[in-house]
Design a protein around this ligand. Structure first.
Ligand code: 5MM
Length: 342
C-alpha cells in the first residue's frame, strides 16, 4: 500500500459533514453500559446491539468510520456478513481499537499507562486482513493533586508514538488519543494547561519517531471545566480554550481532529463542536469520534428489546445527523426539540 492510501483513508474519515462512531467499548465497559439498562452483557447481546447501530438506515450520510473492538471485528450480522465487510459495503471505514487498556503506572499512584505494544506488529497485520483500515490507541491522563506528572505524560506520549509508527508501517491510519479526563474539581484553565502540555509531548514523540503527520488523526479531549468544578465554563469559553490549545500544539499537516465526548451530555458535545466549527475555517477538519455522546439515546431506547430496535435506530440516526450539522457549525438547540417531537 502507498502513502496515498493512508492519506485517502485519513481524509475519508474526516469528510465534510461526517464523523466517527466509537463502538470499541472493551468487555468491561460495555458491561457497565448495559448495566445502565438492566441488560446482561453476553456475546449475543453485544452483537445484537452493535448490529442495530451498524445497520441503521442512512447513517452513512453522517458516519464515516466505526471503531470496533477485537470481539466485534470477528462477528457477523444476521445474514452472515462480517461486520467489517458490512460497514465497508456501505461506504463506512472499519477501524479497530488496538490498545490493551490503561493500567496502573508503576511508582506513580493515581496515574495510568496504556499497555499493548508487545506483539502489536503481528496483531496489526491480522486486523488488516480482517478488513480494518485504521486503528485507535487511548492514553489516559488524570488531573489531581500534583498530577499529572511529567513521567506519566512522557511515558504515555512515547507509547502513543510507538503505536502510531507501527500502525503506519502496517498500512493502517492511527488515531492518536491522549485523553485528559474531566474527573475532578479543576478549572478550565487547569484543563488547558494540562491538555496543552500533553499535546506538546505527544507531537514531540510523534515527530521523533518519524510518524507521518499527514497520515494520522488526533483524538483529543475538549478543554473543559472538571465535572465537579464550582463553576462550569460556557460554550464560548470551551470553544475558545480548545481552539487556542489546538492552534498552539497541532501542526497543520494533520488532516483532522476528531474529538472524544468524555462524559459530556450529548447536547453539549454537539454544541461545543458546532461552536468551534462556526469559528472556522481551521487548518484541520474538526470532527467527532464519539462513543457515549452518539450512543446514549439509542441504548436507552433499545433496552435490549428487539421490539425497540427501530426506535433505537432512529435515535442513533438523529444524534448522528445533529453531529453532522455541527461539522458545519450549523447545530442549534432547537434541532433537539424537533427530535423530541418526532
Ligand atoms: C467507546 O469507548 C472507548 C473504549 O473505552 P474502554 O477501552 O474503556 O472500553 C473509548 O476509547 C472511546 O473511544 C473514547 O474514549 C471516546 O469515547 P467517549 O464516550 O468519551 O466519546
Amino acid at each position: 500500500m502507498s502513502h496515498h492510501e493512508l492519506r485517502d483513508t485519513a481524509e475519508a474519515l474526516v469528510a465534510p459533514g461526517k464523523g466517527i462512531l466509537a463502538a470499541d467499548e472493551s468487555t468491561g465497559t460495555i458491561e457497565k453500559r448495559f448495566r445502565s439498562i438492566d441488560l446482561e452483557s453476553t456475546e449475543e447481546s453485544r452483537k445484537a446491539y452493535r448490529d442495530l447501530l451498524f445497520t441503521t438506515d442512512g447513517v452513512e450520510e453522517f458516519i464515516s468510520g466505526v471503531i470496533l473492538y477485537d470481539e466485534t471485528i470477528r462477528q457477523s450480522s444476521g445474514d452472515g456478513t462480517r461486520f467489517a465487510e458490512l460497514l465497508a459495503g456501505r461506504g463506512i471505514v472499519p477501524g479497530i481499537k488496538v490498545d490493551k487498556g490503561a493500567k496502573q503506572l508503576a511508582l506513580a499512584p493515581g496515574e495510568k499507562i496504556t499497555e499493548g505494544l508487545d506483539g502489536l506488529r503481528e496483531r496489526l497485520a491480522e486486523y488488516r486482513e480482517l478488513g480494518a483500515r485504521f486503528t485507535k490507541w487511548r492514553a489516559v491522563i488524570t488531573i489531581g493533586e500534583r498530577i499529572p506528572s511529567e513521567y506519566c505524560i512522557w511515558t504515555n506520549a512515547h507509547a502513543l508514538a510507538r503505536y502510531a509508527a507501527l500502525s503506519q508501517e502496517a498500512g493502517l491510519v492511527p488515531i492518536v488519543e491522549p485523553e485528559v479526563l474531566m474527573d475532578g474539581e479543576h478549572t478550565i484553565e487547569t484543563a488547558y494547561r494540562v491538555t496543552s502540555r500533553v499535546q506538546n509531548a505527544v507531537f514531540t514523540e510523534l515527530h521523533d519517531q518519524r510518524v507521518e503527520l499527514e497520515d494520522m488523526l488526533l483524538k483529543p479531549n475538549m478543554v473543559l471545566s472538571g465535572y465537579d468544578a464550582a463553576e462550569q465554563a460556557s460554550v464560548d469559553e470551551v470553544a475558545e480554550q480548545t481552539l487556542r490549545c489546538l492552534y498552539r500544539n497541532v501542526p497543520a499537516a494533520v488532516p483532522g481532529i476528531v474529538f472524544l465526548s468524555g462524559g459530556q451530555s450529548d447536547e453539549l458535545a454537539t454544541e461545543h463542536l458546532s461552536a468551534m466549527n462556526a469559528r472556522g475555517p481551521h487548518p484541520w477538519q474538526l470532527s467527532f469520534s464519539y462513543g457515549r455522546a452518539l450512543q446514549a439515546p439509542a441504548l436507552k431506547a433499545w433496552r435490549g428489546d428487539t421490539g425497540n430496535r427501530e426506535t433505537a435506530q432512529r435515535a442513533f440516526y438523529h444524534r448522528a445527523k445533529l453531529n453532522g450539522a455541527a461539522r458545519y457549525g450549523e447545530y442549534t438547540r432547537e434541532m433537539e426539540d424537533v427530535a423530541a417531537a418526532a
